[in-house]
Design a protein around this ligand. Sequence first.
Ligand code: MIC
Ligand code: SF4
Length: 633
Amino acid sequence: MNVTERLLSSHLVDEDTTSDEIALRIDQTLTQDSTGTMCYMQLEALGVDRVRTELSVAYVDHNTLQTGPLNAMDHKYLRTVAARHDIWFSPPGNGICHQIHLEQFASPGKTLLGSDSHTPTCGAVGMLALGAGGMEVAAAMAGAPLWIKRPKVTGVRLSGALEPWVSAKDVALYLLGLLGVTGGVGSVVEYLGEGVSTLDIYQRATICNMGAELGAVSSVFPSDERTREFLRSRGREQDWVSLTPAISASYDSLYNVELDRLVPMVAMHGSPDNVLPVSEVAGRRVDQVIIGSCTNSSYRDVATAARMFEGKRVHPDVEVALVPGSRRILSKLAASGALSALINAGVRILESACGPCIGMGLSPGSGAVSLRTFNRNFPGRSGTPDAEVWLSGVEVAVASAISGVITDPRQQVAPPPVIQDHPEGEHILYPPCRSAEVVRGPNIKPFPVADPPGETLRAQVIAVLGDNVSTDDIMPSHSTLLPYRSNIPALAEHCLEAASPGFSKRARDAGTGIIVAGDNYGQGSSREHAALAPLHLGIRAVLARSFARIHRTNLINNGIIPLVYDADPPSQGDLLEIRGLRALIARSTSVEVHNLSTGEQIPAHLLLTAREREVLLAGGYLNWVKRTVSTLQ
Ligand code: MIC
Ligand code: SF4
């Protein structure tokens, strides 16, 4: 067996061989605040008193700008609901969920389900870490297994070692260039080979983190001596188990990456797979540089930045900021003197949180080019629709911040020392208190629940969209909208507002609607809001060429029918009808969609597992899981 197969088989609790769906026991869960409020409302709706996982943690890291009272009140809800249900709580300022979870709780051989698409970061220590919608995370906390399509395993054999100035981010960007944003769909990406031992856990975490941009189900490294060393440094050596592939292990596909042949890379604006070597764009103007995010904010990364800035100043035309991944990393930066190097160089230091990665502050100016060590650069995500966001590793970012133009860091005189030491001290995590009263602020609004489908669906086409529409397009997130993550009616007004102006009004006017889209619909963030807001607006089905995994599941779990089609698209405003819907959902793979406006038929497919059919017929996962929750393990 390979590492993925070992993890799957040790957590397998059920299996449907006809549909190739497997049910996995979930050992740990994590939530962050912007998906967490909805997730805990769903947990409450399931009526479970105390979580049934080994460990569940509620982090607050996204919505920390607090420009009005709403965020603080949501934080209070999260703190009290966590305490009430035996869930650990990490308050705002503590840091980014994936960084803290990696250091504090990630354990080889375990499973982790998180309501954030970058949960696979913890695959760095040999754990099966999966991103999902909040509803599945709520169900996992209630003791339900996670049902997923059995993933394929894509092996990436690493050989050699990275050259100076070439970073783990370059491995991730190289793979994105090779495979594209859909290259990992349906697969766990598993790293193997002698090159693995040359990478420390933080480098592995960067690589696993950006597996989300490949569309992968997860990414995983073996658990080896370096994993043990990492856990020892975190005072958790007892959590270590060895997890390596058998010599005879096989993979569904296998790629070879020679680490010593990689060069510093950037992803140009628009999509994380828009990559090329830095040397090809060196000299291009840069207006802003930001170091941070769950991809590149470990102590290793920020200390590397500090060493590069030592005795230098940021270029006067460039705004530069750094976001340490956690309070503990910030504290270590301060204790080691590295923080002074950054401050004296003119770097703005932000609170440990997601911050600008999710448009929470530091939006660039109009037309600006912002170079960021983040993982996503979808248009508009920075908060400035006409700014460009480029992605790179820390070394490229700092070299460019100093020179004022995109710079290949290999031009620097001496390579920075590889920082191996681990910061000490602990995060502040509050222990559970089951007697706590749950405090709900005015922003905590009930979430929409679909009705079971009727016999006929008659719906108007509200939008016709292209390929690779992301959940950022469907449900934009920035400093104005993020505070409404627990208030679907308010959020829904902004659904698809840039991709299809007027969408929410048209949907409301139509009453019942359908979205038409191209390939890879719903890529990116796990936010369930991209299903809940359309549901609130009356969307009952999406007709797309293909769907991104997490979003497809979020649609089904919220009672929205994902239809796959390959014909000419209908037009916006057309009235579509599906007859005999319940029987079709129950057992058919082919569906005739009647276009009542043109008289044409659109052949479509209902590619669903038996369980997904049950979920849709029940009106969504909540209704379905409520029936099964009492019989769970
Ligand atoms: C993201 O990076 O897109 C987010 C913001 O972390 C999302 C979660 C969200 O939308 O709240 C994700 O990755 O799932
Ligand atoms: Fe936060 Fe950005 Fe990571 Fe999402 S990608 S969890 S917004 S730091």
